[in-house]
Design a binder for this molecule. Structure first.
Ligand code: ZN
Length: 297
């Protein structure tokens, strides 16, 4: 039987919020079995905020949670890293409202958690196994979960831009054969430089820079270091979707397909699934035969 996992000791990160632009200190701590992932604002003492799809309160350019009137912003990259490491339970303490953006990917979170170590808990790990297709759409955008024996994720984005046109816009990853840690977690956020002013006008991206995103101007990538992967753009969209889906509270056994879906539609999909109890079952895996396929590296 696969066991639930938590972090083995405290892990610290210091950075800035990409949207608030404010400095923030984060500490990840161990948590008991069946706690799930929960956030605690140290500047606003009170009950922890559970990392659950039903607590998502804002999906404008990032996924934010709110519970008991307290908000936690930009959780998706951290949630993606926690999924990738198979961490079921952790307490995330923050000195202010936003998870630090680090380098714009999930890799720094993976590294600090690996540095602190991972501990098995003597309680079986639970999964959500998809038993029938659930799909949501918004205009042209669409997101779907369907039955699959493992975890497969596909994503397609559409953007007619000279830079995007040079790189893959479609990806499909079967985590039975591809490692999230080796192949996905390093994909950084990206954005068009000409859209930065619009974002800042609505008090978003105030901390955004070439240290935490790939910047794109009218016909080239602005960062001198270039891309980490040929398909870094579409891979980051997949990384985001994985983090958004982990707000289901448990890892999925099934297939995700996103077509132009962003945080809003990803959350709509998670909520739709939770509203359809006939579309999934809770399951503990009987063997460790295909650990990697279920995010246990
Ligand atoms: Zn992202």
């Amino acid at each position: 039987m696969l066991c639930q996992r938590t972090i083995d000791g405290p892990a610290h990160a210091i950075g800035i919020g990409v949207h608030s632009g404010r400095p923030v200190r984060m500490t990840l701590r161990p948590a008991d079995a069946d706690t799930g992932i929960e956030f605690q604002r140290l500047d606003k003492p009170g009950r922890p905020i559970r990392a659950r799809a039903e607590n998502v309160s804002d999906t404008t350019l990032a996924t934010s949670l709110s519970e008991g009137g307290v908000q936690i912003a930009t959780v998706e990259h951290l949630m993606s890293a926690l999924w990738g490491l198979g961490i079921d339970n952790a307490r995330v303490e923050l000195s202010s409202e936003e998870v630090p953006i680090m380098d714009g990917s999930a890799q720094p979170f993976v590294e600090i958690i690996q540095g602190a170590g991972i501990r098995n808990l003597a309680v079986p790990r639970k999964f959500i196994r998809i038993t029938r297709e659930v799909s949501v759409s918004q205009g042209e955008a669409k997101a779907t979960l369907s039955p699959y024996d493992g975890f497969r994720a596909g994503y397609t984005f559409v953007a007619d831009h000279p830079v995007f046109n040079r790189y893959p816009k479609t990806i499909e990853v079967d985590f039975a054969s591809t490692s999230y840690l080796d192949e996905v977690c390093g994909a950084r956020s990206f954005g068009l430089m000409r859209e930065l002013d619009q974002a800042r006008a609505i008090r978003k991206c105030l901390g955004s820079s070439l240290d935490n995103a790939v910047g794109i101007d009218d016909d080239e990538i602005v960062n001198t270091e270039g891309l980490r992967y040929e398909d870094e753009f579409v891979k980051h969209k997949l990384l985001d979707a994985i983090g958004d889906l982990y707000l289901l509270g448990l890892p999925v056994i099934g297939a995700f397909d996103g077509y132009m879906s962003g945080h809003t539609l990803n959350n709509k999909l998670a909520r739709a699934l939770l509203r359809c109890p006939d579309a999934w079952v809770l399951q503990a895996l009987p063997t460790t035969r295909r650990r990697q396929a279920y995010s246990l590296h």
